[in-house]
Structures are given as structure tokens and as C-alpha cells.
Design a protein around this ligand. Structure first.
Ligand code: 5AD
Ligand code: FES
Length: 344
């Protein structure tokens, strides 16, 4: 197994059989994490990049079986932030040291292309030294181009799974893996820094599915990959399913660091939800990004993709400070920086 880990570090690819063997065994964990940490140190030193996450709408037209803000969850209390409220989040975030803002939301028809373009322009006009990331789902290539021309720099769109059969198990029939992948290639072609990703341990996921994810990531060559454990939400069809494993997530973070040494890899909120020091563990497994919540405290509980999400209470008004202390405890530091990929 050490041979496969060395081969991945050297060649930045493996065959499907090799991926499957490595992921199934989760072997040589400490060795993998050491290699992964050495690479993140080489490219990023002790720096951890931050992105201020603004969850600006939880209205969503989609009905993904795993997600707490799916259309059919009539229990969800819907909200959307106004342009002014979003700009307030940015102002607050800028003062705290954020130089990347991530606008994340459900696929909400209120936020038309025109409204989004106006919002993007205003944010970029006020914070020209910041990167702006969008995470608002599937759109036409024309819309993606308009947002890019308005100033958006990055786009997060997790592919969720690269295995056709597994994709069908997670999504209703109006969604397709083919379309999802096409969106990611469109975004890349336009010139965005692109992030894909998937949940670890989602219902029906096999080791072969994860091997497919790794092959897809090798093909797409995204700048970012977000992974986190699946966590059931009580008002979804997957309410009774088991959560994904923190250990497997950490192992996959290590493998992703070797696959693409300068990758922007977040230690996700889902990881921190499953285990108190999950995000610290993520950094120690090779991650180099954290995404503290910048949404107004009053709406945070409503953006519940899964149960027991951290950072939704009054005590979490200032996630950046909390994460800064957490990172210092393990020998890393949060930096005030756009956080672009390092040159190879
Ligand atoms: N558990 C963990 N992650 C989830 N996401 C959505 N629902 C869940 C869940 N129940 C992830 C998806 C999505 C991202 C924004 O959050 O991968 O792309
Ligand atoms: Fe949000 Fe610690 S990061 S409270």
C-alpha cells in the first residue's frame, strides 16, 4: 500500500483498481498524513486560508434526497437576505480579515441573473481586493459567463458522486450527472477557479463510487475540492440513514493532497459537526482552507443542510476568531489573503 501512496504522490494519478484498493483498506494512515502535510507545508507553509461563507438564501427548487433545504421540506423556514444585508455581511467580514466571500444558496428563482449580476458588481466595486466565490447551483453557460464578466472569480459546485447509478440514488430524475459535469466543464472553460466535491458515506456509496470520484477529479483538474461526511437530516428521505465516517473523510483528504499538491482543500463544517476537533484533524490530514460562517446569526439555524450543524448558535457570532484559535493550537495560522492556489 505504501507503494500506491508513493506512486500517487509521484504520478498524480492511479488506475480505478489502485484507487479502489487504497480506499478500501485505508492503509498506512499515518504515513499518508505525513506525506500530505509535507506537501501542504511546501506549498502553503503554516497558512490556512479562510473564506467568509454567506448563506444568502435557503429557497431551493431542487429536491435532492440528502439535503435539508430540499423543495419538499415544508418544515424548513425559508429566508433570503437582501442585497443590503449581504453587503453588510461583506463589510463585517472585510473588517475581520476575510478577503474571499462565498455566496452560497439554494437554487432560488428570486435571485435572477440580473439581480445576481448587480450584487456581484456591487461587492466587487466595494471590495476589489477580494475574491468572490459563487455556490448557487446549475445555470446555463450564458449565466455563468455573465456572472464571470460581472466579477465573480470562483465557483463551487460539488458533483456529489461521479458514479451514474449512485447519482440516481441521491437525486430525483430531473437532475443528471451528465448535466452536473457539463456545468463544471463550462465553468472551467469560462475561466473560473472551480471546486467540485462529494459527501463521504452518502447512502449507496461504495468504494468503487469513490474511485470514480477520484478519476473524475483527475480529469477535471479543479482548483478546489470540498468533501465532508454525509450527515442525515431528519426531514429528508435519508433521515434514518447512517452518517459518513470522519476517518474515511480524513483519509480521502490526504489522498486528494497527493493527487493535486496545490489543491485548495477545505476542512469542512460537516467534519467539525461530526467531531469536535474534526476541522483540526482535517488540516492535519492535508487540508488548507476553512470556511467560517459569516451569515447573520439570526438565519444560521435555517440553513440546515443536515442535523446538528455547528456554528448556528449565538455563541458562534464570530467563527473567524474561534477558528483562528483552533488553528493556532495545532501550529497553523489563519491569514488575511484572497487565498489563490499556489504556483506549482
Ligand atoms: N450531509 C452532508 N453534506 C450535505 N450537503 C447537502 N446535504 C448534506 C448532508 N445531509 C452538502 C452537499 C452540497 C453542499 C453544499 O452540502 O454536498 O453540495
Ligand atoms: Fe463557528 Fe467555532 S467556527 S463557532
Amino acid at each position: 500500500m505504501r507503494r500506491l501512496i508513493d506512486s500517487l504522490e509521484k504520478n498524480h494519478c492511479l488506475t480505478k483498481e489502485e484507487w479502489t484498493a487504497l480506499i478500501a483498506q485505508e492503509a498506512e494512515k499515518e504515513y499518508l498524513f505525513e506525506r500530505a502535510r509535507a506537501l501542504s507545508r511546501k506549498y502553503y507553509g503554516s497558512k490556512v486560508y479562510t473564506r467568509g461563507l454567506i448563506e444568502f438564501t435557503n429557497y431551493c427548487r431542487n429536491n435532492c434526497y440528502y439535503c435539508g433545504i430540499r423543495r419538499d421540506n415544508t418544515d424548513a423556514e425559508r429566508y433570503r437576505l437582501s442585497e443590503e444585508e449581504i453587503l453588510d455581511c461583506c463589510r463585517e467580514g472585510y473588517a475581520l480579515g476575510f478577503r474571499t466571500f462565498v455566496l452560497q444558496g439554494g437554487e432560488d428563482a428570486y435571485y435572477t441573473d440580473e439581480r445576481l449580476v448587480s450584487l456581484i458588481r456591487r461587492i466587487k466595486a466595494s471590495y476589489g481586493d477580494c475574491a468572490l466565490t459563487l455556490s448557487i447551483g446549475e445555470k446555463s453557460k450564458e449565466s455563468y459567463q455573465m456572472f464571470f464578466d460581472a466579477g465573480a472569480d470562483r465557483y463551487l459546485l460539488r458533483h456529489e458522486t461521479a458514479d451514474e447509478k449512485h447519482y440516481r440514488k441521491l437525486h430525483p430524475k430531473e437532475l443528471s450527472l451528465e448535466r452536473r459535469k457539463a456545468c463544471l466543464f463550462d465553468l472551467k472553460e469560462i475561466g473560473y477557479q472551480v471546486g467540485c466535491g462529494f459527501m463521504v458515506g452518502s447512502p449507496g456509496q461504495t468504494v468503487e463510487c469513490i474511485a470514480e470520484d477520484m478519476l473524475f477529479i483527475t480529469e477535471l483538474q479543479p482548483q478546489m475540492v470540498g468533501i465532508g461526511p454525509f450527515i442525515p437530516h431528519h426531514e429528508t428521505p435519508f433521515a434514518a440513514e447512517a452518517a459518513g465516517s470522519v476517518e474515511k473523510t480524513l483519509y480521502l483528504i490526504g489522498l486528494l493532497r497527493l493527487l493535486k499538491p496545490n489543491l485548495l482543500l477545505p476542512a469542512t463544517t460537516a467534519l467539525g459537526t461530526m467531531q469536535a476537533d474534526g476541522r483540526e484533524q482535517g488540516i492535519l490530514a492535508g487540508a488548507n482552507v476553512v470556511m467560517p460562517n459569516l451569515s447573520p446569526v439570526g438565519v444560521r439555524k435555517k440553513y440546515a443542510l443536515y442535523d446538528n450543524k455547528i456554528c448556528t448558535g449565538e455563541e458562534a457570532a464570530e467563527c473567524r476568531g474561534c477558528l483562528s484559535r483552533r488553528m493556532e493550537n495545532i501550529g497553523y495560522r489563519l491569514v488575511t489573503d484572497r487565498g489563490d492556489p499556489a504556483e506549482i
